[in-house]
Design a protein around this ligand. Sequence first.
Ligand code: PLP
Length: 411
Amino acid sequence: MRSESEVPFADNPFQVPVADRLKRLPPYLFGKINKLKYQKRVAGIDVIDLGMGNPTDAPDPAIQEKLADALKDPRNHRYSVSNGIGNLRREVSKRYDRKYGVRLNPDDEVIACLGSKEGFSHMCLALMGPGDTAIVPSPTFPIHSYAVVLASGNVIALDVRDPQKFLSNVAYTCEHLFPKPRLVVVNFPHNPSSTCIEQDFFVDLVKLAKKYGFLVISDFAYADICYDGYQAPSFLATPGAIDVGVELTTMSKGFSMAGWRIGFCCGNKEMVRALATIKGYYDYGIFQAIQIAAIVAMRHAEPAVDAIAKEYQKRRDVLVDGLQRLGWEVEKPKAGMFVWAKIPEPWAKMGSIEFSMKLLEEGGVAVSPGRGFGDEGEGYLRLAIVENSQRLRQAVREIGRCTKADQAKAS
Ligand SMILES: Cc1ncc(COP(=O)(O)O)c(C=O)c1O
């Protein structure tokens, strides 16, 4: 047996000097909740998980079958191309034309990404460096600020829940900040608040971008999940948008292909080229069988996307109606996969993290605390409508049960 002195590094553990950029990241606020969720699952306790916008439904069978087919071709098991195969980029461009009347050149205005989050993050790395500032939406979907931080940039988070006020705050910041912001990130339908806009918003944003010289990234992840006849506008459908920015879309939500990791970045060719340069060094592209199945999805599975949106609309109604019956102040979102609910008065002072822990501990319902999306999110919960209607009814019952128990104790 080795004596202690022979064990390498026993009393002098080797220090791993991680890069400063990792130290700039804030503490991960969902850690405590995720740990409890995991412990409950390991103990065999059922958790109704409304924590993440992670679809539980499978993609349309035609998409799955095409993937299975494509697997049989040995050529599809090789490295693919990092910007996506030509037919895929052409299909994305056709879909933009069909849905938004936007003409994109598939050769240099479209690039495929390993999910839109990867595209967004690497675009920030391509555009931002030390001393550069990005304006991001607040409450903040974490990667919108972390990708800027990881690219060594600085973040100014502006409240987007009143979109007109957001625009005037962008203008005010541009007037007063030196050097001026390099980038403005927008995300409508917004995660987590589900705030939506109309095309006019983008017209004003493009004017500001041209006036102050900032670039725009529009994260359009929820483009396909719209309700009651509302169609979320594409940034790229705005005259002049392509001069100043790009838009990210994804197959994760509308096509329920979240685990497949496929999304797109489209728009300004200089920005697309910058992202392509980074990706050319970092990755060999998406598994080709997935790219082929994605082409078939866009050609033939559009009705499945509509069906998925209708299903989410039904779930939205079940959850919002249920919470309103419990006396919660909550509105029906026009789009997106989230219900953004104000924590009712008696529990608001508890803070969103503690209240979320309580719902998980006592009711077996996992939600995301608003605080996890920055200070502006405090006082709110984000509930993802990813479980089916029956499970959502059960979630409302459980939330009602554990909040009523408190009220009974107090009276
Ligand atoms: C606003 C927003 N952008 C991007 C993503 C990530 O999407 P993808 O799966 O395409 O990386 C999400 C996922 O939850 C999201 O909410």
